[in-house]
Design a protein around this ligand. Sequence first.
Ligand SMILES: Cc1cc2nc3c(=O)[nH]c(=O)nc-3n(C[C@H](O)[C@H](O)[C@H](O)COP(=O)(O)O)c2cc1C
Length: 450
Amino acid sequence: MSVQVEPVVVQRWSLRPGVYRATAANGDLMLAAWPNAALLGRTSPELTALLEELSGEPVALPESPAVDGMRAGGWLSKVVFCAGRPLHTVVPIAPPAVVEPPVGGLRLSRFAVLRNTDDGLVVEKPGSWCDIRVHDPAVAALLADPSGDAGLPAEAAAAVRADLIAAGMLVAEEDTSFTERQWGAHELWFHERSRLGHRGWFGAHFGGTFWARGHHAPPPARPEPYAGEPITLPKADIAALRREDPPLTAVLEDRESVRDHDDDNPITLERLGEFLHRCGRVRLERTLDGFEYTNKPYPAGGSAYELEIYPVVRLASGLDAGMYHYDAHDHRLRLVVPGEHQAVRRILKVATESSVAKSTPQVVLVISARVGRIMWKYEAMGYALMLKHVGVLQQTMYAVATAMNLAPCALGSGDSLAFTAATGRDRLAECAVGEFMLGSRRQEVAAWEL
Ligand SMILES: Cc1cc2nc3c(=O)[nH]c(=O)nc-3n(C[C@H](O)[C@H](O)[C@H](O)COP(=O)(O)O)c2cc1C
């Protein structure tokens, strides 16, 4: 009598999570995981039994053309066992890609991330056709030392390695391609996960799902006020500006970044008030289904208007140096910290260094986001949305500053920690996401006047 010896490495298969069985209009059986679907052919007892089998605990891969099609279409998960213990599961999110075997030594791709989820540890990489769920510490050890065996039998280590290579997670040691090297790991992750595509689909933990409704109270439209005495700001005369302002084309064509300010005639409190009124005041507030929506002169996704403006003042006529918060509801300023505060000096210094300004700007407008205003509604794309709003607000600031003959210049980055130090706000609740320099514009002097 011959005894069948179970091989050291065994693979078992099942339909991947999130796949539905359905019947197409023509009666064919189909698999669906929105937005993809695959027709499997005429309903038959064999096909129904096969799908039944693949819907339960992972099984040895049955041989049939339908199974080949499901495998090639990325509909089947594969669990790999070593001597009965599960090592990892390959969970496709797309049809398996053909990956060229790396030449030379192996390393973990710098885009691959091992992280914890409700279903345990998983290795994910932007652009990969699958995730790899880690069940055994030896798999994590192989990530650290891809050429070793992590204490596994050689055949098992080779099976794990092969799946990690096929997933694009273990790559060749040398990486010389510019297209890959230009991406920071966090940037590629952020791009992939905040856009529709491989795994992001509206409603599937993506987009305006209102996921927090019923679990957390929505943050109110009005932020918590700072303790400083309110400073009432002059307003713009919108009716007069409708008649007298330079036309749109003149504003667009004359707009330029001006980094040099006229300290002999600094920006005034009145001009700053008009600027803020035209760019950032609350024009409208209404509550719908328990959420306080607002409206401002610039557009904002979800009408949540999560952005706040903090003028950081070095020099302004009628206003002491310091960091202020702009109360967009009541159009007034409140002091956050005075000019001597280290954070104020730091924000002004960083702005000067990140521009080619000859001198420190008169005012840096720090734009913060009250994160919860957006995150209460949106999943996965909320932070990307906030950064888009920064751009929208910056362009509005450029346009208004140009119309007012002020000196505007957006900044590409700033010091978020200085903002947190000055405001004392929890950085997960409110953080600095943008900066804009503003000041008085030097009047151009004709050569004959010199
Ligand atoms: C989002 C954004 C970020 C910017 N970042 C900086 C910056 O960090 N430093 C700077 O000096 N200028 C910055 N600028 C200004 C650009 O350099 C400027 O818009 C560009 O050179 C075109 O010149 P113009 O604005 O005069 O037409 C930024 C502009 C934008 C829109």
